[in-house]
Design a protein around this ligand. Structure first.
Ligand code: ADP
Ligand code: ASP
Ligand code: MG
Length: 408
């Protein structure tokens, strides 16, 4: 008998029928004697629908009110699952984030979990009930409803597993595990039996939305046994996120490819090449709470230099405005933005001990005539920015070039 936290994503609870299927799986685990805490997302498409609705009222929705609205999707699914379970003769009780309570900071739309009160959940589990918790939401110290950022139900799941010292956290989704890359883009992608925590962290941070990055961070910090599985299969091992590299296994150099369509590139040209210029450009951007990812400053020529960086696509107009307001001060010749770009990253702990990975990547892209606009590297990843129209092609050829389509 174990304590298991199961999280079901939007597609897995997308229709009443699918919610009944979730109830069946929960019933099976319950019949095996396990204690269960279930975390649910909103029905697929619902969060997007609610955001669109909010934007009809305000072009830039007030963040506090936006959270009031977008947290409702999860409140519907948890109630429905509790009913489905009761209908099957299983005692269950649903809780919103505030009812649990999941305490967060007050950063509306991207709040961070600070603490979780496990009292209600423990009492229910002791009474033999299935506990159902709304994902993606919490409450701040003043009692305001907060949400945890897109994909945040994963984080609710892992955070509850950590707080309850659960034996395992199972993330049920619409694919049967973590693949070498998004199987919807590369049909030859292979499911991984295991992936190291470090690699999963990189994959998530570089755009693989199969797990929200904060859920992986939580799992690492609190040693949560984390597994990704399909809600559409009866059984299957899914993918286990491991803390240690399996020394018995021949590790590939590159384990996976991630991509992100969500960035835009800014170019600032002709700025004086002198100390402090990076700060003068990026300081106002940071003050406006805009996250900067990749940064390149060219070698100066004749006293001036060019500067490029990437920001989330949504923040492109705002970033341009901020820079235009300081254009005279930084003496820039021009400020421009391009949102038709994407970032493609190869990830693998095996890269540490191999040279030539970067040249293979660059050669492969060159052979397809794909121009690289920016590059950044770390010990276990290489990222490039390329024109958005090459995304699928680039991921496919890289997947092949690094042998990711070959069974080991
Ligand atoms: P959920 O609604 O269950 O949270 P998401 O849509 O957030 O599901 O995440 C699952 C999706 O992540 C898959 O349908 C797949 O398209 C995408 N994905 C991206 N990269 C990967 C990867 N490396 N392995 C598996 N799925 C991936
Ligand atoms: N419903 C939220 C979203 O669409 C949270 C989640 O699904 O994890 O982002
Ligand atoms: Mg998700």
């Amino acid at each position: 008998m174990a304590l298991i936290v199961q999280k079901y994503g939007g597609t897995s609870v997308g229709t009443p029928e699918r919610i009944k299927n979730v109830a069946k799986r929960v019933a099976r685990f319950k019949a095996q004697g396990h204690d269960l805490v279930i975390v649910l997302s909103a029905m697929s498409g619902e969060t997007n629908r609610l955001i669109a609705l909010a934007k009809e009222m305000q072009v830039n929705p007030d963040p506090r009110e936006l959270d009031v609205i977008i947290s409702t999707g999860e409140q519907v699914t948890i109630g429905l699952l509790a009913m489905a379970l009761k209908d099957a003769g299983i005692d269950a009780r649903s809780y919103t984030g505030g009812q649990v309570k999941i305490l967060t900071d007050s950063a509306f739309t991207k709040a961070r979990i600070q603490s979780i009160d496990d009292e209600n959940m423990r009492a229910d589990l002791n009474a033999g009930r299935v506990v159902i918790v709304a994902g993606f939401q919490g409450v701040d110290a003043e009692g305001n409803i907060t949400t945890l950022g897109r994909g945040g139900s994963d984080t609710t799941g892992v955070a509850l597993a950590a707080a309850l010292h659960a034996d395992e956290c199972q993330i049920y989704t619409d694919v049967d595990g973590v693949y070498t890359t998004d199987p919807r883009v590369v049909p030859e992608a292979r499911k991984l039996k295991t992936i190291t925590f470090e690699e999963m962290l990189e994959m998530a941070s570089l755009g693989s939305k199969v797990l929200q990055i904060r859920s992986v961070e939580f799992a690492g910090k609190y040693n949560v046994k984390l597994r990704v599985l399909s809600s559409f299969q009866e059984d299957g091992e899914g993918t286990l996120i491991t803390f240690e590299e399996d020394s018995n296994m021949e590790k590939p150099v590159v384990s996976g490819i991630a991509f992100n369509r969500d960035e835009a590139r800014i170019n600032v040209t002709g700025v004086p090449d002198k100390p402090g210029i990076a700060y003068q450009i990026l300081g106002p951007v940071a003050d406006a709470n805009i996250d900067v990812d990749m940064i390149i400053q060219n070698v100066g020529q004749e006293g001036t230099t060019d500067f490029s960086f990437t920001v989330p696509k949504n923040d492109l107009p705002r970033t341009i405005k901020v820079l235009e307001s300081v254009q005279d001060h930084i003496a820039a010749r021009s400020i421009s933005g391009d949102d038709k770009i994407c970032k493609i990253s190869i990830v693998g702990v095996g890269m540490r001990s191999h040279v030539g990975v970067a040249s293979t990547m660059f050669r492969t892209l060159a052979e397809e005539g794909i121009n690289i606009q920016m590059i950044s590297t770390s010990e276990i990843k290489i990222s490039v920015i390329v024109d958005e129209k090459y995304l699928e092609l680039a991921v496919r050829v890289l997947h092949k070039a690094f042998g990711l389509d070959q069974v080991l």
